[in-house]
Design a protein around this ligand. Structure first.
Ligand code: AMP
Ligand code: MG
Length: 331
């Protein structure tokens, strides 16, 4: 049997967007750019279409999908919003924030993985917004990568991971944020809980809501310089094939052996070898977040036995970066 045809890449012309919107309404999958990472989209109200997402990704059926909407008025069609949800939606949408709310029956159980809640987001990427509007239905979309691997931040990443499993990829350039959305559980609006840290920080959520947002942070041990953290209990996710080792601080003199990659947070001073990398020249959190997944992917081509990475310092976006790093390092 010949291999399935390679996915086609589309630029965001009006004609292409109209064509892809039709594909989505017909129950096909389309990989889409978002400001967080690329998503693999299907009509969220079509259970058969959404099942294709799980099989293309190899995603277990118990892992629910995020549903993307075009406008705030679409929220009440699929979820039961409360005052806290509306406060956050008005402040942060369109943007990298996902709200978990009680779901309406119209959302198929395959989307919510059998739960009575649904996760909803209004994305900001202009091409994805136009596609949502043209499709005229909410779109379920997890990250457009094989389950468990590092999330895609470019159309090329999507092609590399799912190029033979899907037919359509909308190219919207490099994802501006580079990390998946912040997820807040608002099923009980008096006790909001952070389920996944992202570019919208816990402090921003607390400021807008005027109450504490609980977060069960994955424990980061107080490892000394160059000592390995043991992320024993962490779910493995966002993981390169090459083992990832985390460090509170990497010392420039210790970037040996040469067949292991050393990823500093900021550009290190002095002599640098072919196995020395950095996430952001100035050590900026936004730049580091944007380049984290593409850096892990680039170093995961078999050249290196291990990828050592320096953790981010501070809170907010640093929490989101460190969360992904800890999952990447989990065995
Ligand atoms: P992603 O793979 O980036 O689309 O993220 C989807 C994640 O959103 C899931 O793995 C869950 O952690 C979370 N999620 C989605 N739907 C729900 C839900 N109904 N209740 C709780 N968490 C959810
Ligand atoms: Mg994912």
């Amino acid at each position: 049997m010949p291999p399935p045809p390679a996915a086609r890449r589309y630029r965001g012309t009006p004609r292409n967007l109209a064509c892809l919107a039709r594909c989505l309404r017909d129950g096909e999958l389309v990989a889409v750019p978002t400001e967080t990472v690329y998503g693999l989209a299907a009509n969220a109200l079509d259970a058969r279409a959404c099942r294709k997402i799980f099989s293309a990704k190899g995603r277990p059926a118990n892992d629910p999908l995020i549903v993307h909407i075009h406008a705030l008025r679409d929220l009440a069609l699929i979820a039961e919003p409360n005052a806290a949800a509306l406060k956050l939606a008005k402040k942060f949408w369109p943007g990298p924030l996902t709200l978990v709310l009680p779901k309406k029956p119209v959302v198929p159980t395959v989307v919510s993985a059998g739960r009575r809640s649904v996760a909803v987001r209004m994305p900001a990427h202009p091409l994805f917004r136009r596609l949502l509007k043209l499709a005229g239905v909410p779109l379920a979309a997890p990250s457009a990568n094989p389950f468990g691997y590092v999330s895609p931040t470019t159309a090329t990443h999507v092609q590399q991971g799912l190029g033979r499993k899907i037919r359509h990829i909308l190219d919207g350039g490099v994802a501006r944020i580079g990390l998946e959305s912040t997820i807040v559980d608002l099923r009980d609006p008096r006790r909001p809980r952070l389920l996944r840290p992202g570019a919208i920080t816990r402090a921003e959520l607390e400021h807008t809501l005027g109450c504490v947002v609980a977060w069960r942070r994955q424990a980061v041990t107080k490892a000394t310089s160059a000592a390995q953290l043991s992320p024993g209990l962490l779910a493995r996710h966002y993981s390169p094939k090459t083992p990832v080792v985390l460090h509170q601080k990497i010392v420039a003199a210790h970037t040996q052996p040469a067949n292991e990659a050393w990823v500093f947070f900021a550009k290190p001073p002095g002599r640098r070898g072919r196995n020395v990398f950095w996430l952001d020249p100035q050590g900026g959190l936004r730049g580091a977040a944007r380049r984290l997944f593409s850096t892990l992917r680039r170093l995961d081509d078999g050249r290196f036995q291990k990828i050592h990475v320096e953790l981010a310092r501070g809170a907010g976006l640093a929490d989101a970066i460190n969360d992904r790093l800890q999952r990447a390092a989990a065995r």
